[in-house]
Design a protein around this ligand. Sequence first.
Ligand code: HEM
Length: 321
Amino acid sequence: MELTPQIKDKLDKLQEKYTAMGQDMSAYLDGLLYADFLTYWDYIHLDTLLSLQHPKTSFPDEEIFIMYHQITELYFKLSLHELKQIAEHEQLTVKFMTDRVKRINAYFTALVSSFEVMVDGMEKEQFLKFRMSLLPASGFQSGQYRMIEISATDFGRLIEKSKREELANATIEEQFEHIYWKSGATELSSGKQTLTLKQFINKYAAQFLQLVKDRQHTNLSALYHRLEAEGQDVSALAEELRKLDLFVNVEWPLSHYKSAVRYLEKDPVDIAATGGTNWQKYLPPRFQKRIFYPFLWTGEQMEEWGKGWVLSVLKTLRNEG
Ligand code: HEM
């Protein structure tokens, strides 16, 4: 084969690269000679990925439950990947941030629409049986979900409503004691912390606190204010942040709530959740009123947060049932 000028040029550049690192290029070329060609399945570790489903029971629908959680966690990971790029960017621009928030919104669009896989995709009779083998595990223990929240807004927004003002200037550790989801995970009967919550805190508290510190000035809210203060046009960014707020705090929680209603609602007494929360009071967005960016909404919009949606969702479900 002819050694074209282009190939010679490439060899010269490779030689430069290896010499700069004190390496012998010819040895690396030997490596290339013997290396196998890359395959699709090796590249994405397909065999490992497909070997990660281990149901606790023999009900076939349990695999759907496991896989859909795994799919969701991968989308959460994609979202965190974008949030990290935004937070660690050395010369952040409105364009970069807007484009990355758009990506997160695309992930959540997929998550919200695919939740039908849970709502309609399993036999209720199977679900109600296999769930008993999963106690006290619950999606409540999704650490990535909490990390998305921490990266998206000022930590003060995640303090339970009744303590928010009082703890505005408290230390991060004190504020963490009153993060909103702790109050959700209390035993229905005794009011004590659930085992689900205790295990979750044991595993993640240190990691969460570190992330809160890391994102104190680089969460999306803080960065938006910084870019705005620099006099940049942040209107497109504001639009994407509003969408994100609705996705994470209304639409995803509602699709999820629909699942809880479909599988756990039963007149006259609702079925207890595996995590033991008072889920009917805890899960609906209109009760939690989690809002990342209050400065981007009107008072009326915040007042109505999640209301119309919850009612229409419940109505549809009841009509279907
Ligand atoms: C049939 C499907 C599902 C049902 C019936 C269900 C039920 C529940 C219930 C009752 C809770 C309240 C905590 C508890 O007491 O356990 C909860 C919380 C939670 N679940 Fe699910 N869930 C389902 C699917 C999922 C999926 C696929 C995910 C994806 C990771 C997920 C993630 C979460 C998260 C993040 C929370 C905490 C929500 C919050 O703090 O506002 N769940 N779930």
